[in-house]
Design a protein around this ligand. Sequence first.
Ligand code: 3H9
Length: 683
Amino acid sequence: MSDVLTMRVVDGIGVVEIDSPPVNALGFNVRKGLWQGFETHIADPAVKAIVLICGGRTFFAGADITEFGKPVQEPDLRQVIDLVESSPKPTIAAIHGTALGGGYELSLGCNYRVAVPSAKVGLPEVNLGLLPGAGGTQRLPRIVGVEAALDIMLSGAPMAAGKAQKLGMVDAVVEEGRLEEGAIAFAKTVVAEGKPLVKVRDRAVEANPDAVAAMTKKYSRLFKGFKAAANIVKTVEAATSLPFDQGMARERELFLELRGSNESKAQRYAFFAERATTKVPDIGKDVAILPVKSVGVIGAGTMGGGITMNFVQAGLPVTLVEMNQEALDRGLGVIRKNYERSASKGSITAEQVETYMGLIKPALGLEALGEVDLVIEAVFEEMSVKKDIFGKLDTICKQGAILASNTSFLDVNEIASATSRPEWVVGLHFFSPANVMRLLEVVRGAKTSKEVIATSMELAKTIRKVPVLAGVCFGFIANRIMAKRTIQAEQMVVEGVPPARIDKVGTDYGFAVGSFGMMDIVGLDVLTRGQTERSLRGDFVAAGRLGQKSGGGFYNYDENRKASHSEEAAKLIADFAAYKGIAQNPDQSDEDILFRLLLPVANEGAKCLEEGIALRASDIDMACILGYNWPLYTGGPMFWADTIGLPRVLEKLKEFQAKFGDEFKPAALLEKLAAEGKSFTGE
Ligand code: 3H9
């Protein structure tokens, strides 16, 4: 018998139980087990109805994503669902944990679905660049109608059992902890009542063009770059216009188109990349995770405030320290305003606003941090200031407190040297806005202890961030490598390519904002702070063009912040080019503009790998996706370079190096991998 299958018969009800840790993904072994379980119970005259249940933490979490690149071994999931659906005996899926994707689709092949209150169901395939490919697109609209089905499939969001019951996605909710008993009791009632067995496929569904239009509008962001959403809409339209079997054939065709696409490959890669970031080769499960029950944040500015919000939302009290009352009040005011805005939008309750604010303990002076388990310093980027603070923390903080800096560029080892306990010092680099961006770079100093790293990685999970481990260097991973894009954007603009053209190439690729649009948002004065030499941005600042806040930077802005061409900006650029004696070269192709912007990013990523600054290429990709909104469907700079092919990447870099200089000098690792026919990511 299959090693994931257990069968029993309880009062005439056959139970098929599958247990395949960690999440009962529907890989070949599981499908084989299901086949065997259902065939056996269908053939057994003593069995009057069949309950399908999972062991472990969850019902089936979907198809096994690792199988997608490989040839399918039969029975495939659709064949398994056909077998279940063709059962002459009532079938009942018993759901706990998360019934997702193929897992929920399998339950739709059953006549009934029962769940415990804590269970969730959903079709999240869109997040992997796919569509529900095991009948979900055809069966779900037959239960909930076109509008709700599209909402569920386009959002990809799991739904709690109670709500799912109201929509008919779940037929009964049974007592928590007594799923099997509840499902068996349900099955017995079905048998006793002898009702005709209704299959989902036999239900009717009506077309609803208005709902399609409304949902297409609601999820409009998914229709640019991503491919799955458009195909999901097509399958749902097929469900309303074609007989079931033809609808299934259409679903298959559109699923296969997505499965083979670079976009879906990138999204599947990102799914595993996100889960790989916490795996640090020299830090095993034996390394202790230290308790962090209270936090101190130094600096109530934009970063400090955002950082504070993360922790209070996770229920951890934060002592927020400023040097004067005015700054403290201002910082607290901004945090409150952010929460009140969320409450007015309905994303949190008024009560939550007070709970979060109540967890913040405002304080003047570092002395208030004596007893906290973790301190995060978020003051401005000046080494002497940081060293002064860490020196004081060394005398104030209790032994065993983690001392973290949110520095974006500075040397964490030097900061640690201001203390007598460098093993307790770490970089925790948040990305702005810190309460929104999911990336947390955990910067490992030369002496940072394994416990501190392990605790930082765990802490990221607590505050719903994705940690990426980085070594000490200027800018760590994301800022260091993304700076290469900005350098090239500025270089091309002084060569005479208009900012709008460069930004359009960036936004066509999938960035929400181009390099110049972004500089205008951040503020050119901020970006030139501390600069002594003449620079293009400095010329803009000197001319009073600071960006959006002054009504103009690289672009002019109207009152709605809509950007338009600026003659003054064009003149500043031309003057700067003349001052630098830059040869004009405005006629560059879109492809060259794109490659000049982004290949140096991947090349710098390769250098981070060579130097051991990043553990793996996929960490670099996660850092760019989660810290810089690099378009997910391209997989990040390293995966994208792989999809182009490293020999071609190398060739382009060499061509640019010959034309534009050593900024494009290929990393040794790139040369090596290209020569060996390998890739950065192994994909
Ligand atoms: C699909 O179903 C297509 C069909 O429509 C059509 C077929 C024809 N496969 O996330 P966690 C691994 S597409 C393989 O850390 P949590 C995961 O990598 C699928 N592996 O736990 C990790 O491994 P490791 C639609 C999977 O408790 C471990 O399990 N379904 C899969 O935070 C634990 O995962 C989805 O998109 C999988 N499907 O969250 C659901 N799922 O320990 C995807 C997980 O080595 N899964 N793993 O790092 C999830 O959303 C979350 O994993 C879940 C648990 C909510 C289930």
